[in-house]
Design a protein around this ligand. Structure first.
Ligand SMILES: Cc1cc2nc3c(=O)[nH]c(=O)nc-3n(C[C@H](O)[C@H](O)[C@H](O)COP(=O)(O)OP(=O)(O)OC[C@H]3O[C@@H](n4cnc5c(N)ncnc54)[C@H](O)[C@@H]3O)c2cc1C
Length: 353
């Protein structure tokens, strides 16, 4: 029927068996892998660090990780965060996922503007402006709502198991350039670069906008771990509950270009003091030493914000998704959803010749 076409010899492996190759197995690479596998794609992840690993350069092992509406982002980026919220809200029904619904109290040093995190009230549940008598008088206003926290010590292994159960494959390998992946998988047509800070040094990426941003948080063991406190403003401070680990994460700091794996006790003391001012009923002024431990991770930040785009390279397509800084969890499943759509568009072009 109609005109018959000769399949080009450049595609020796049929569409359905051609794996999508993902570089990076942090929250971004793994969320993308899961969503692609759920759509029936074959997926291989190549990464130096895999779910369950703990290395300061593997940011996804150390995140807070709270869903908080980012300020200063575009409407499209807001929607990516909203999609993440939708996916994670469903995951919260499964305790294995490490995602929990918690109460949030957000105190603002200044009244919100149109570009601030106020847009999050369209996404979260039970949002309300708090009455002045409900929050300390040094704040301009305060909000109460329900949000989602993800315990990465549970979530990453959960994602790893889900990916494998869906037929995804992990290969532990450090690569020096994307070209190494192209050589390893000559039949694949779609490659996703979800390598976080790795994109600064990969020989054929060398994105100079990427930079490391160190975080050092305090984990405080406590039974009072169902309410998130967030101070929005100059004294940026949070108390993020981690119900599955019976504790709260106190933060935070952002130290550009600092790569030290050593605990800075001045930061620890400062974070405890700030968290105590914010939530004295949860964080004592001097918590017992055996109740605290330390979290250090390097955020994969990028000047101008994250990268999410598609580049055609002859018969190959490279999708880039990196540079999420302090928001990789809040963007994760929205980015995965966007990547699935980009992969579908690309593969359609490869199939419908
Ligand atoms: C202290 C702290 C608190 C945070 N709190 C929050 C929060 O509350 N909410 C939130 O949304 N986010 C938070 N974040 C940010 C979040 O952790 C990151 O944005 C997110 O983890 C980035 O994920 P990623 O997959 O892009 O990168 P990563 O998790 O760093 O993963 C990168 C992957 O790429 C691989 N890779 C890189 N280069 C190579 C190479 N050359 N060869 C092979 N493999 C390579 C790595 O091995 C790894 O598998 C926090 C981060 C820190 C450190």
């Amino acid at each position: 029927m109609g005109e018959s076409r000769q399949a080009p010899s450049a595609f020796p492996v049929p569409f359905a068996q051609r794996p999508v190759i993902i570089l990076g197995a942090g929250i971004i690479g793994c969320a993308a892998a899961r969503q692609l596998l759920l759509q029936g794609f074959s997926v291989v992840l190549v990464a130096e660090f895999l779910p369950g690993d703990q290395d300061i350069y593997y940011a996804s092992a150390w995140a807070g990780a709270v869903w908080h509406a980012a300020a200063g982002i575009t409407p499209d980026q807001r929607y990516l965060q909203a999609v993440t919220h939708r996916v994670m809200l469903r995951m919260a029904q499964d305790p294995d996922s490490g995602v929990s619904i918690v109460d949030a109290r957000e105190y603002l040093e200044q009244e919100p503007t149109s570009t601030s995190s106020i847009w999050g009230n369209t996404v979260v549940s039970k949002f309300r402006e708090m009455r002045p008598e409900e929050y300390p008088s040094n704040f301009a206003c305060a909000w109460a709502y329900e949000t989602l926290v993800t315990d990465p010590t549970r979530h990453m292994p959960y994602l790893g198991r889900q990916i494998q159960a869906l037929g995804g494959r992990f290969i532990r390998q450090r690569v020096g350039a994307l070209q190494e992946l192209y050589d390893m998988f000559p039949d694949s047509r779609v490659f996703i670069n979800a390598s976080g800070l790795g994109s600064k040094t990969l020989a054929d990426v060398q994105d100079d906008l990427c930079f490391p941003e160190r975080g050092q948080n305090v984990f405080l063991r406590t039974q009072q771990c169902n309410t998130m406190y967030f101070r929005n403003g100059q004294e940026y401070t949070y108390v993020i509950p981690r119900p599955f680990s019976q504790g709260v994460v106190l933060g935070g700091v952002k130290q550009q270009d600092n790569l030290s794996p050593v605990v800075d006790l001045d930061i620890t003391r400062d974070e405890i003091a700030r968290a105590h001012r914010l939530a004295p009923e949860i964080v004592p002024a001097h918590p017992p030493e055996d109740a605290i431990s330390h979290i250090i991770g390097i955020r994969p930040s990028r000047k101008g914000g994250f990268r999410l785009d598609s580049q055609s390279q002859g018969s190959r397509t490279l999708l880039s998704a990196y540079g999420f800084g302090g928001g990789g969890y809040a963007f994760s499943y929205g980015i995965a959803d966007a990547l699935v759509k980009m992969v579908e568009r690309t593969e359609r072009e490869h199939v419908i010749l």
